[in-house]
Design a binder for this molecule. Structure first.
Ligand code: T1G
Length: 707
């Protein structure tokens, strides 16, 4: 966005105070025109004899959201943030930053270089750079540490969380908080500081909070997080920078931070996490939606099924301040569901993530019922019962009869046909899938699945509703498994077949964890229990819907279950267990060798890299098919789905982004080689071949231009 620097930062003198108003939509990011405007206006205020003090404030009730993320990876233009900070820090006239809305990242760093900060009570501040694979590169690791001390600084910068104005006041990050007119109060505050006279405080020169720091804090932090941070760059460098702030002279510390910031900026994880930042926001936008369509207002939500999923969905709803009525078939079901909800809340109070007051307020919004009539005034009803089509169709028939016209009728099904469910109603235009992930009160993904007859208004309504309850919405087309579970099936199938070729479950788990998955596939299967999937497969085999004779059918899980090895809960599954401690079991290797022998599958050793490349290439090939079939709107939607629903490591950007970084040509090579060995299961997606032939990235742009 090119904007004139002098409209990006407006200048007005009020009662001998220069008011610099930053107006750089959409979030007052530190884009080049805004930075240039700040330099010009600060110099103008310094030279203006009528000015005794300076206030910096943001337009549109927000301060500054940080660096302009769209500039990363591009040639740097315009003055640096450091130039602006130097002007404020050396100003002979007191500078007061007035914070409203959000002061984040470089926006907060800008304010920390001013001698004074006053915040509106509704303001939030934070240093969220770590979520982008970065660290505060505008002096934030140095000034924040010197203001609040290394332990609080580590917590704020490593978590990247936003804190309230009053918390910032308690920590000494802001000097005052106002419930009144921020602009007027900032002007009065600045005038008072001018009257008191200098010298004015400089955070970068404070020593009281860092003197005598025990350096063991940093080693302990690194050791405690080594596994969680494996494969990332920024968290480790953040600890180094906070240590530098506690042990080096100010200028040396700032230089140390600059070098560390550059290292993060150039790391693949920054590109991946910035990709995810924009991808998450893009995913909420529906391509081709009638621009005149507005989401329906959602005030009251109905949830059917007080089980784990229904209870979790209800929690997400009431946590966001919406009324919710939870229905179950029996009073026992309702009671059990409520007990689980209360148990979850008690845990969050214990952990300090929620206060009792917050929980009481949320629970006050929750009512229960055994009678569908309770749904008559709901704006949306979400069905979360067994994955059984007949039961779902019966429920949707009842909803059709009791719900008001225009109410959205949503199903939480994870794979069943939305159109078949919609056919049980006379209002298919109001029916849609809203697939939540367990635990639904924690997992952020909401996979909204459009039926053939889902109206634009219904689609717009559930996309907005998902955001309203703090979820990340992705729109999927109606096919078996939608986006996420369709790829999950390939992920599991290819891993299982690699076992038959010679890898072990523990080696596959090690390779996947080394790539960045929070938990290996087989350990996770053992934890959730192998018998659930086994029973579902038995049902499908009895119904003649599953051919177990094909070479592509991995019989290991069935054989483990037939031996009573259901996973952790029976002391053995893929692993053997002492309590929760899993150990590799040679017996499983023996079973695999027998399976391979019967199939005539040659066995060989695998490197971790081969395992990762083989499994992820299969996932990416399926992703390409999902894209070409229009099941996903864009490749980045597949990334968002897999990161927020299935634990794909954020610092890898998602399966499709990972493939882009590796090169689609390499993916096609792996797919073609496996196609030659294994046949059509590995048939290359037409879109993958087309993009490689054209030298384009997933979205048809020339590869060099990818972000
Ligand atoms: N740069 C560029 N665009 C941004 C942006 C940013 N920092 N923040 C938001 N946008 C765009 C966003 O893509 C969307 O665009 C629109 O603004 C509204 O965003 C030197 C290096 C501020 C809490 O990480 O957390 O500073 O989709 O939907 O819900 O140390 O935006 O409309 O085209 O999110 O009201 C650190 C990131 C940067 C803050 C507002 N700062 N932004 O939430 O709106 S790195 C951040 C947010 C840094 C320094 C380092 C949120 C928000 P479009 P939105 P929102």
């Amino acid at each position: 966005m090119s904007q004139d620097p002098e409209t990006a930062v407006r200048y007005q003198v009020v009662d001998e105070v220069a008011v610099l108003t930053i107006d750089f939509p959409p979030v007052n990011a530190l884009g080049a025109p805004m930075r240039e405007g700040m330099v010009r206006r600060l110099e103008q205020a310094g030279e203006d004899a009528s000015v005794k003090a300076i206030v910096v404030i943001g337009a549109n009730d927000r301060f500054v959201a940080g660096a302009d993320i769209r500039e990363f990876g591009k040639p740097r233009v315009g003055p640096t943030l450091q130039r602006i900070q130097g002007l404020m820090e050396t100003s002979v006239k007191p500078v007061v930053c007035a914070l409203d809305g959000h002061a984040l990242g470089g926006g907060l760093e800008l304010a920390l270089a001013a001698p004074f900060r006053i915040a509106a009570v509704r303001a939030k501040v934070g240093l969220p750079e770590v979520t982008l694979g970065l660290l505060p590169g505008g002096g934030g690791t140095q000034r924040m540490t010197r203001m609040v001390g290394p332990d609080v600084a580590l917590d704020l910068i490593l978590s990247g969380r936003h804190i309230s104005a009053t918390q910032a006041l308690d920590l000494g990050i802001v000097d005052a908080v106002t419930q009144g007119d921020l602009r007027m109060d900032a002007i009065a505050f600045a005038k008072a500081k001018a009257a008191e006279g200098g010298p004015f405080p400089k955070a970068i020169e404070r020593e009281d909070k860092v003197a005598g720091t025990d350096r063991a804090l940093f080693e302990q932090t690194r050791a405690a997080n080594a596994r969680k941070w494996a494969g990332t760059v920024a968290p480790f460098k953040i600890v180094d920078c906070v240590e530098a702030a506690s042990t080096m002279a100010p200028r040396a510390g700032l230089e140390f931070e600059r070098e560390a910031f550059e290292l993060c900026l150039n790391a693949p994880s920054r590109a991946a996490q910035v990709h995810l930042f924009f991808a998450e926001r893009e995913a909420a936008k529906v391509i081709g939606l009638d621009p005149a369509v507005r989401p329906r207002d959602i005030r009251k939500v109905g949830v059917i099924g007080a089980g784990t999923m229904g209870g979790g969905i209800a929690m997400s709803v009431i946590n966001s301040g919406l009324n919710c009525v939870l229905l179950d078939a029996t009073q026992e079901g309702l009671d059990a569901g409520l007990d689980k909800v209360r148990g979850n809340y008690a845990t969050s109070v214990k952990r300090g993530s929620r206060t009792q007051a917050q929980i009481d307020a949320a629970l006050a919004l929750l009512s229960t019922s055994l009678d569908y009539a309770a749904f008559s005034d709901c704006d949306i009803v979400i069905e979360a019962v067994f994955e059984n089509m007949a039961i779902k169709q019966e429920i949707f028939g009842k909803l059709d009869a009791v719900c008001k016209p225009g109410a959205v009728l949503a199903t939480n099904t994870s794979a069943l046909d939305i159109d078949e469910i919609a056919a049980a109603t006379k209002r298919p235009q109001d029916v849609i899938g809203t697939h939540f992930f367990s635990p639904a009160n924690v997992m952020r993904l909401c996979e909204n699945v459009r039926g053939a007859k889902s109206s634009d208004e219904t689609i717009a309504t559930v996309m907005a509703f998902a955001k309203r309850i703090g979820k990340v919405p992705v729109l999927a087309g109606n096919c078996e498994g939608f986006i996420g579970n369709r790829i999950l099936k390939i992920y599991g199938q290819e891993a299982d077949l690699i076992l038959e070729e010679g890898a072990t479950p523990w080696q596959v788990d090690k390779a996947l964890k080394g790539f960045g998955f929070p938990m290996g596939l087989y350990l996770m299967r053992d934890m959730s229990g192998l018998d659930v999937g086994w029973r579902m497969r038995q049902g499908r085999i009895e119904a003649g819907a599953l051919d177990t004779s094909s070479a592509e059918y991995p019989p290991l899980a069935d054989q483990l279950c037939e031996a009573g090895r259901f996973g952790q809960k029976t002391g053995a599954g893929y692993y053997r267990y002492e309590g929760r401690d899993a150990t590799p079991d040679p017996e499983v290797e023996q079973i695999l060798a027998t399976i391979a022998q019967k199939k005539g599958t040659p066995r060989r050793s695998f490197t971790d890299e081969e395992i990762v490349e083989q499994i992820l290439s299969a996932m990416v090939n399926e992703g390409a098919k999902i894209l070409e079939e229009g099941i996903a709107q864009r490749s980045s939607d597949i990334d968002v789905t897999y990161i927020y629903g299935y634990g794909f490591p954020k610092h890898r950007g998602g399966p499709m982004f990972w493939a882009s970084q590796l090169g689609l040509g390499r993916i096609l090579e792996v797919v073609r080689a496996n196609h030659a060995r294994f046949g059509d299961r590995w048939k290359p997606a037409r879109l993958l071949e087309a993009r490689v032939t054209a030298g384009q990235d997933w979205d048809g742009k020339p590869v060099a231009s990818a972000r």
